[in-house]
Design a protein around this ligand. Sequence first.
Ligand SMILES: [Fe+2]
Ligand SMILES: [Fe+2]
Length: 289
Amino acid sequence: MISSENLKSIDELDVIDMVMQNTCEIAVLSPTATYQFMLRFVYYCRSYSFLVARLAAVIGSSSLFRDPFAPFSHHAERSMDVAASVLKAGIEEFRDPKIRVSHRTMSYGLLDRLAEYAGLSEMETQRIAQSQNWFHVILQKVEEGYSANPQNLSSMVKAMGFHVGAETVGARESAIIHRVIFSQQKDKELGQFLRQHKLTFDGGQISPNYWVAVHGTEYSIGVEADHAEDAVKALNQVVQYTQATESQVIAWADEGFSHFNQTQLVFFQSLYTELQSKLQLRNTLTVMK
Ligand SMILES: [Fe+2]
Ligand SMILES: [Fe+2]
């Protein structure tokens, strides 16, 4: 039985946690930096939100997953059962069961509030949103990570490994962001502002930071833990429904996991550099005044 501990890329998560934490700490140094951090993060998550469903569709369309114990070989295909374990992570992205809008809409609501808190105009948000080159490269890496060919088992398992990485790190990522950006500023101006400016959707009123909290906080296990469990279940279904050995599936999946770790590291490191140079420029301009 494969568990996430069998994938050696899991050993890199402490380093990733540290980089994520450093980036969050620089993001709280000014309201504009907080907005800029969250804007890039929301757009980064945007890619994951639909690529999970695309991978599930690719797996579902494959004819490579078959139950060797099925009474009739023509009825043995089990692709949709494997696909369902991946799709599990994508369902709330389309409609949160409680709030009844997509996670993306919830994330844009949070950005609205952070822009208002920073006092940014439409034009200023547009200027900040102008993508940097490094950001396009990262989105390309996410797209590659989730790419798979339904006729090619190794490509599908590598993408499943990327997905295991995304969901495993996702829980730690939301806990760190929640703690540094929101909990530690609960009694400061940002916390007060967010409490006074809730968001209203079909499913009711929520705190603007609910989008982060629903994925996990430092106190609670959010949806990511469940998603990660199902992502690993998909790997075990590959062993069950194909001729691939457990060690082969682990090796392929670990390749994908490692690709995810690299992508995540470069995203947070590049964002750190972007925020740091912006804050330095601001400090230089203040000194010159
Ligand atoms: Fe989400
Ligand atoms: Fe997830």
